[in-house]
Design a protein around this ligand. Structure first.
Ligand code: NAD
Length: 264
């Protein structure tokens, strides 16, 4: 079997880990990297080989890639993804901050083109399990809050994982959660953001990677679900799995949980 030719979009923290993971995975090779803000013409893979570093969306065309792994920025992803689908390149997208309308449009485009792919707000298997358990608990509790914690380089808030968790807990419950609204807020936004009655707190600090706690409140009890990505390597098994499974898909699947068969 020929090796899967993988283009990597984004050469930041996640892009570097993706390059290393794909480079080391049997049956796959990194054929090039796309990054709209980078300046160099080539980039060295951890194994030592240099591959082209391209600065425009059109750069994808020269790479003859079978698949694309994108961890970059929503502005860039919204230009690159339609282009990849038009060319039959299977996308595995982890970039967060994408609008719901854009994601829906990409699923439609993938169905029309018959191109498989995965868009997931979290590729860590433990985080996917945490979200699954939160969905199971959601119908049985009246109130819940989410505290997500990330490194201080993160540009969007709340995190994609926190938004997905809130959306899916709200859907599993079928109605908004009951939420305490402060009668008097001595500082604006002290009660944080809200979606479907779920309060969402975003912590940004150096030293953190990606962490989330979901706290359900009931009568005389609380239930806490917590996940910690202590290294960005935690996302790589999910990314490699998505790359392999996308080969046999004919549309974009949303979420690693669907790929793992945890939800329909
Ligand atoms: N789905 C997941 O499991 C998961 C896990 C971690 C991070 N992420 C997401 O992946 C993305 C990247 O994270 P990171 O930690 O590597 O960030 P980073 O800042 O280290 O890297 C971002 C990369 O995108 C490029 N970029 C930024 N703005 C751009 C623009 N306007 N046009 C073109 N390129 C641009 C930068 O040059 C850089 O290479 C973020 O959206 C983050 O939230 C997702």
């Amino acid at each position: 079997m020929p090796e899967m030719r993988v283009a990597v979009s984004g050469s930041g923290n996640m892009g570097q880990h993706v390059m290393a993971a794909v480079d080391a995975a049997p049956g796959m090779q990194v054929v090039g990297v796309l990054d709209g803000l980078a300046e160099a013409e080539t980039i060295a893979l951890p194994g030592g080989a240099d591959v082209p570093l391209l600065h425009s969306v059109d750069g994808l065309d020269s790479l003859e890639a079978d698949a694309l792994v994108d961890f970059s920025n929503a502005v860039w992803t919204e230009a690159l993804l339609p282009h990849a689908l038009e060319r039959g390149v299977r996308p595995v997208v982890g970039t967060t901050g994408l609008s719901d309308a854009f994601v829906d449009q990409m699923v439609e485009q993938s169905v029309a083109a018959g191109v498989g792919g995965v868009i997931a707000s979290n590729f860590a298997l433990g985080a996917v399990m945490m979200m699954h358990l939160a969905r199971i608990a959601a119908p049985h509790f009246e109130a819940v809050e989410v505290i997500e914690q990330h490194h201080d380089g993160k540009v969007d808030a709340p995190s994609g994982t926190a938004m997905t968790t809130a959306r899916e807990m709200r859907a599993a419950r079928g109605s908004d959660f009951r939420r305490n609204v402060a009668e008097r807020e001595t500082l604006p936004h002290a009660r944080a953001a809200e979606f479907g009655g779920v309060t969402l707190h975003s912590v940004r600090l150096p030293g953190l990677v990606a962490h989330q706690e979901v706290i359900f409140g009931g009568v005389g009890e609380t239930l806490k679900l917590r996940h910690d990505s202590i290294s960005r390597e935690s996302f790589m098994p999910g990314v490699l799995r998505a790359l392999r499974e996308a080969e046999s898909l004919d549309h974009i699947v949303l979420g690693l949980d669907r790929l793992l068969g945890l939800v329909d």
